[in-house]
Design a protein around this ligand. Structure first.
Ligand code: TMP
Length: 260
């Protein structure tokens, strides 16, 4: 028996060498961080939920022609993915003002944006993922103009699809973060969606109550993180029978769980 080779460990995931060349295993941890890892915690069961939610969303996105790295889920915490060269940008798509946008520009959280905003952050933890512009991207060559055009086109298509999907289950897709990679075939590469899409990197608000169903529960010490992620999974139809109870009040759900 040989131990499999770890390729990379991030804050919420580990990448291992895959069974065939050009593949990787993406392992979802329960670790949670915020504010560039100044705040750390463990959300028990988060990795399992994110693995399942991300599998579901990538599969649906594949169905509308979005190229992505997901191949198949292997078990509760792992999925097989295509190995890509990660483009060092975090792409944030915003539909409603919240988080850092509200803070920086003084726009009240919850204000609908008259048009969707795309923002770019350089993936560099030592610098705290600074926001960059298209000028910086071109100047420093983090990706080519053609790749950026593809990233923008894919991000908008993903946003249109996910906004509708979540609206259909009573959830407002406020904002979310995407990562892309280059898939190499001989001397050519194309841009595909990579990483994950889960409540860790999205803001998901219940349309009726405004309840936060995402990692802001952890960032803002609201509690009820797992219940919120479960609620997202449940509404997406991913939880087995018996775990189908609607939870609109996350605090109530947490108290109920603690008293069991
Ligand atoms: P922000 O308002 O803090 O800039 O976050 C915008 C969105 O991007 C939000 O849905 C959370 C997500 N995000 C990440 O996934 N990783 C990060 O490191 C940051 C800062 C935000």
């Amino acid at each position: 028996m040989s131990r499999r080779r770890q390729i990379y460990e991030g804050k919420a995931k580990i990448l291992y060498e895959g069974p065939e060349p050009g593949t990787l295993i993406q392992y979802f941890k329960d670790d949670a961080t915020a504010f560039n890892a100044q705040k750390r915690g463990v959300i028990s069961g988060k990795g399992v939920l994110n693995n399942r939610i991300s599998e579901h969303l990538f599969t649906l996105l594949g169905g509308i022609g979005i190229p992505h790295h997901f191949i198949r889920r292997l078990n509760m915490r792992e999925q097989l993915v295509r190995q890509v060269e990660i483009i060092p940008l975090e792409v944030v798509v915003r539909n409603v003002a919240a988080g850092s946008l509200s803070k920086r520009l003084g726009i009240e959280e919850g204000t609908p944006l008259p048009r969707t905003i795309l923002e770019y952050y350089l993936k560099d933890d030592t610098l705290g993922d600074p926001m960059v512009t298209e000028e910086h991207i071109a100047c420093f060559g983090w990706c080519s103009q053609e790749e950026l055009a593809d990233i923008q086109d894919l991000s908008i298509r993903i946003n249109d699809f996910l906004t509708g999907l979540f609206a259909g289950i009573g959830i407002k897709l406020v904002d979310f973060k995407l990562e892309f990679g280059r898939l190499w075939e001989d001397d050519w590469s194309r841009v595909i969606l990579a990483d994950e899409i889960s409540p860790d990197g999205c803001r998901l608000w219940d349309m009726r109550s405004g309840e936060r169903l995402d990692k802001d529960r952890f960032r803002r010490d609201l509690g009820g993180e797992v219940e919120a992620y479960q609620e997202v999974a449940r509404r997406l139809g991913l939880l087995p029978e018996g775990q189908e109870t609607a939870i609109f009040d996350i605090d109530e759900a947490r108290k109920a769980r603690e008293s069991r």
